[in-house]
Write a new protein. Structure first.
Length: 103
C-alpha cells in the first residue's frame, strides 16, 4: 500500500510533518479540524511538501526522520534548496570537527 509523508505550513507559519496512505483525505481532515491537535489549533494549513513511497512503513520512517530536523533544514527541503539542505545536514559536533581537521 502506498504511503505519503507531507509537510503542512500552519497559519502561524509553523511546520507540521505527518504521514498517511491517502494524502487528499488527510489534508481535508486537517483543514476541517479533524487532523492532529497541533494543526487543529493552527488552521488553516497549506500543503507545502510531500513524498510518495511504495509502502506506508517507509513513509512513516521518513516522517520520524523529518520530525527530528531543524526548522531551517525543513524549510530548505520545502524550498528545494539542495545546497542549504546539504550544509544543514553536515555534522556540527566537536568530535566530528576535530576528526575532519586531522586533530
Amino acid at each position: 500500500m502506498k504511503g505519503y509523508v507531507y509537510i503542512l505550513r500552519c497559519f502561524d507559519d509553523r511546520l507540521y510533518v505527518g504521514s498517511t496512505i491517502d494524502l487528499n483525505k488527510r489534508l481535508s481532515e486537517h483543514q476541517q479540524g479533524k487532523g492532529a491537535n497541533f494543526t487543529k489549533k493552527r488552521l488553516p494549513v497549506q500543503l507545502v511538501y510531500f513524498e510518495e513511497f511504495d509502502r506506508i512503513d517507509k513513509a512513516f520512517y521518513r516522517e520520524k526522520q523529518l520530525q527530528k530536523w531543524s526548522r531551517a533544514k525543513k524549510e530548505a527541503l520545502v524550498e528545494g534548496n539542495k545546497e542549504a539542505l546539504h550544509s544543514l545536514a553536515a555534522c556540527m559536533n566537536f568530535s566530528h570537527y576535530m576528526s575532519k581537521n586531522g586533530q
